[in-house]
Design a protein around this ligand. Structure first.
Ligand code: FAD
Length: 291
């Protein structure tokens, strides 16, 4: 690792000014589990590092007036996994956080770092998009909000412009009769990045026979997280029969744009999208234990 300037500002304004002043070679630091690894192996060469951890308010988990939730960008995966508020209202997020890294990694890694790093395999992205989350971005031009679905531009690239920071993720109020699941295919039991990730959120009708709304988001099978509306539409407003579930899973696999890499072939990834989508739907319908 080469020498770099290190800053630990105490306000958001100061952090933004430092990033603007140091230009392209300046990087915000959250938990450092991606950034430090990349710098150590020479995949990036920071000239300045701006630690965000001393800025108050960035690691709050706070209920919103409309019944939604504000999740600070610096909230760690461990905090998401153990928060009773998140466990009660957005269990999908707690469940996802528990599937990521190890205890050590979860204690350091933040939700904002996971999203801003923009790896196609980032586990937090599919469930947050399936829950219709919004990104709060603050920079030299002030604050703006972007639907998380539009936040990712490609591997390592996001909606963030230079000098901008992700400060929070906003979740809409939980909807009635809604359940979600995130299934992640990995080779080992832990500490692996997803070969494929599938998040499914279904809002059931009163009798729980049909879905009033469906969201399916895939991870690790395209340059960005992929919402598959062609698969969702099969499930809405009709009985959730086995045929429909299979058709939705087939469409999700068809929409995937996987690549061959050292972890998996594209063919296997596409097959696993179909398997996991079908399993996720079965799980949500039957409340069966996750597999
Ligand atoms: C052993 C190991 C296991 C892992 N397992 C998993 C796993 O199971 N699933 C998974 O998805 N990931 C995994 N990861 C990757 C990593 O831990 C996560 O992506 C983590 O959430 C990154 O968060 P961080 O706070 O450490 O980010 P950092 O490393 O601090 O930052 C990541 C990037 O985002 C930028 N950034 C950070 N915060 C902000 C912000 N608020 N605004 C703007 N830019 C920002 C940084 O400049 C940097 O470019 C693993 C990593 C390791 C080393």
């Amino acid at each position: 690792m080469r020498f770099f300037e290190y800053y630990a500002p105490k306000t958001l304004d100061e952090a933004i000014q430092l990033l603007v002043h140091h230009g392209e070679g300046a990087y915000p630091l959250a938990g450092g589990t991606d950034l430090v690894t990349k710098a150590r192996y020479g995949h990036l060469r920071p000239r300045a590092i701006v630690n965000l951890k001393r800025i108050p308010g960035l690691n709050d988990i706070a209920p919103e007036e409309d019944g939604g939730l504000r999740l600070g960008a610096l909230v760690t995966l461990a905090e998401i996994a153990r928060s009773s508020l998140i466990g009660e209202r957005y269990p999908l997020l707690a469940q996802t956080a528990k599937k990521m890294g190890s205890v050590l990694i979860r204690n350091l890694a933040t939700v904002g770092g996971n999203l801003c790093n923009a790896a196609p395999s980032a586990d937090m992205a599919p469930p947050l998009i399936a829950l219709d989350a919004e990104a709060v971005i603050v920079g030299p031009g002030g604050e703006r909000r972007v639907r998380l679905e539009k936040f990712f531009h490609g591997p390592g690239h996001t909606e963030l412009r230079h000098g901008e920071l992700l400060t929070a993720i906003l979740l809409p109020p939980p909807r009635p009769r809604t359940r979600g699941v995130y299934l992640k295919h990995i080779y080992r039991q832990a500490m692996d990045i997803a070969i494929v990730g599938v998040a499914v959120v279904l809002q059931f009708d009163q009798r729980e026979a049909m879905a009033e709304d469906a969201r399916i988001v895939l991870g690790a099978v395209a340059p960005t997280p992929l919402r598959v509306s062609e698969a969702e539409s099969v499930l809405i407003g009709a009985p959730l029969s086995e045929d429909r579930r299979l058709e939705a899973a087939r469409r999700a696999a068809q929409a995937a744009r996987p690549i061959d890499d050292t972890y998996s072939s594209a063919w296997y990834r596409r097959e696993m999208v179909q398997v996991l989508t079908r399993r996720a739907l079965e799980h949500l319908i039957s409340h069966s234990p996750e597999r």
